[in-house]
Design a protein around this ligand. Sequence first.
Ligand SMILES: Cc1ncc(C[n+]2csc(CCOP(=O)(O)OP(=O)(O)O)c2C)c(N)n1
Ligand SMILES: [Mg+2]
Length: 789
Amino acid sequence: MKIRLKVVEGSPLSTEDLARIDGYWRAANYLSVGQIYLMGNPLLREPLAAEHVKPRLLGHWGTTPGLNFLYAHLNRVIAARGQEMIFVTGPGHGGPGLVANTWLEGSYTDVYPNIGQDEAGMARLFKQFSFPGGVPSHVAPETPGSIHEGGELGYSLAHAFGAAFDNPDLVVACVVGDGEAETGPLATAWHSNKFLDPVGDGAVLPVLHLNGYKIANPTVLARIGDEELAALMAGYGYKPYLVEGDDPATMHQRMAATFDEVFDAIGAIQRAAREGGSTGRPRWPMIVLRSPKGWTGPKQVGGRPVEGTWRAHQVPLSAARDDAEHLAALADWMRSYRPDELFDTSGAPRAEVVDWLPADGLRMGSNPHANGGKHPRSLELPEFRSYGVKAGETAEATRVLGGWLRDVVIANDAYHNFRLVGPDETESNRLGAVLEATAKVWQATVEPVDEHLGPRGRVMEILSEHTCQGWLEGYLLTGRHGLFSCYEAFVHIVDSMVNQHAKWLKVVRELPWRRPIPSLTYLLTSHVWRQDHNGFSHQDPGFIDHVVNKKADVIRVYLPPDANTLLSVADHCLRSRDYINVIVAGKQPAPTWLDIEDAALHCTRGLGIWDWAGNDDGDPDVVLACAGDVPTLETLAAADLLRRHLPDLRVRVVNVVDLMRLQPPSEHPHGLSDPEFDAIFTTDRPIIFAYHGYPWLIHRLTYRRRGHDSLHVRGYKEEGTTTTPFDMLVRNDMDRFHLAIDVIDRVPGLARKAAVLRQHLHDKLTEHRGYVRRTGEDLPEVAGWTWPV
Ligand SMILES: Cc1ncc(C[n+]2csc(CCOP(=O)(O)OP(=O)(O)O)c2C)c(N)n1
Ligand SMILES: [Mg+2]
């Protein structure tokens, strides 16, 4: 079978419709160019002069006319069908286009009343763009209707699908840049169609914007020929359409005809699944829009072709302020849109340009889905205390959490507002209990050997951390809730996406019109200390270091030491909004230190003295601090050793759940005050801190504390391999024997007194090394150690 890009014939637009849509498109283009270049004379009512042109010309023209073209035609679809739709702009550098469209439709003025639909408003609209104190050049949080900045390319399609899940009435139109399509995250996001349920989910309409170029190069997809491109898209499971050309009138007819057919097709797929009981994976449509980069802009500048080439990417007439020829070309270019036909004497868009746009509730710039969700509701969270484990019992923390999450799924089943995402690790991470209540979504073929797969469900698994992250972000940005469970080492794959989401969250805090969204919560498990059968490649606790670089207002890091504290932390995180929560917790059998009430109290404090584990009587000789489940166990084992062998030594044990408590309150909203910190950690006693991750982070967080000079941190020093759990600790000097030696070395006067014990501890390490190499197991006294009751 020869696969082709389908071209739809037809001229559905009447002469009037054509004039309206073209007028609207010209207006959007005019306003886009105005934003890039002008700081005065917005309607060109006087001859364009150098002082009207911004001194720094910043922005991207090339992608913008194509975006405007699509926005105009989607408006036609929305108005004709009453279709709920949002617009995801992959090439987010086309910011002026989305600002122009939302201004034309009125959404912009709704949220920024000072940017009115008149000449003064237009002047401000132009000047503020890429201008100090103004708005960014991308489709940033400041842009109404946006859930996707598009600054870092690659995430549009995953975001679009995330927004469409559980929104059955919504269509997410997603423009994918042909350069963007070369990125790994975008390339794999096409597969999202195997996870979209035509019954319970909405639709995504991908439009591959094949303008042929990136910044200075052609794009791969523009140079492989239509046949290969069609085969690629068909291979991804889509039915590809082509809209190609550069003559505006012809292109308007083609686009309208194609959208008519494509939206009919989307409706037919949904009806067949929802009413006709059709099952099986639908072949959703996608569109290739092949139009010139910088369409309708200057054809040539300085004798070189610009329109339809990579030279149109940014600012084609870059010397418009200083060069008379560029200035004249800019004036000609802007006048080519015939602004007098588009704007009335007050500067408002003329009625015929905008009177056909969608009604208030359906404008893409003010669609509630893109601002906190249409029906946002908090999760129903079952009482986590009922899932607690008795103190002293051994439990697998994530398995305990899984039981609670199963019931979170059940409690919210009716609201379709909770999803768990992960790269095929739900069961490996011991959260499998959720599958008692729901399926793993899978629209592709199911074989008898498969378990728990179904066309719809709450669990989303694809071996692409990028796609998981993108889906979840899209889901959260449209007001729903979720959890990303991931191996600790591999969550680094989405470092960059986290950066972008953190930036988004920082900026929305300054935008009063943006509604809060549920937090992005990670459960990082299968962590560095327990990679018993995977070894070094799977050992990397650095994600915490990465996220703490972000704005403190946005970041929360939790290291619950046992199953009960994990329950409490997870409950807290799923209630929170506008944060990125990182929870690191183990999945291996481990002791439960606190009963559920104490766990809840401890988590509320964020860190605290475990008086039952120490004997300091208010005046410690040494503080043993710990953060993380494995470091906590080692610290308690060290405390036990010291108390048995050095009964006169006064030991204080401090456990840290909320890492950001270590920072001063001036740096993080969770920061402990200095007097509290000093009271707990002392200002002058040695602090031996066993930390889950790279030890330097603890220094970074505490460097201003008075007791910092006495702080000695043990953690992961990049010494990893496939070995026993305890050997991992020994290799990184964080085992109980090293911790006890650290105490002996640092408490003044102890070295001499405890010399024999020190020697004994060293001997233990020697014994350990021999034993693990001989037997492949940890010393029974180590593996079998429990807290003495
Ligand atoms: C991940 C990433 N890498 C590089 C860039 C720098 N960059 C900005 S725009 C662009 C070209 C984009 O081309 P395309 O997606 O085709 O967009 P359009 O042609 O519509 O401008 C590049 C490489 C980026 N923004 N993000
Ligand atoms: Mg391109």
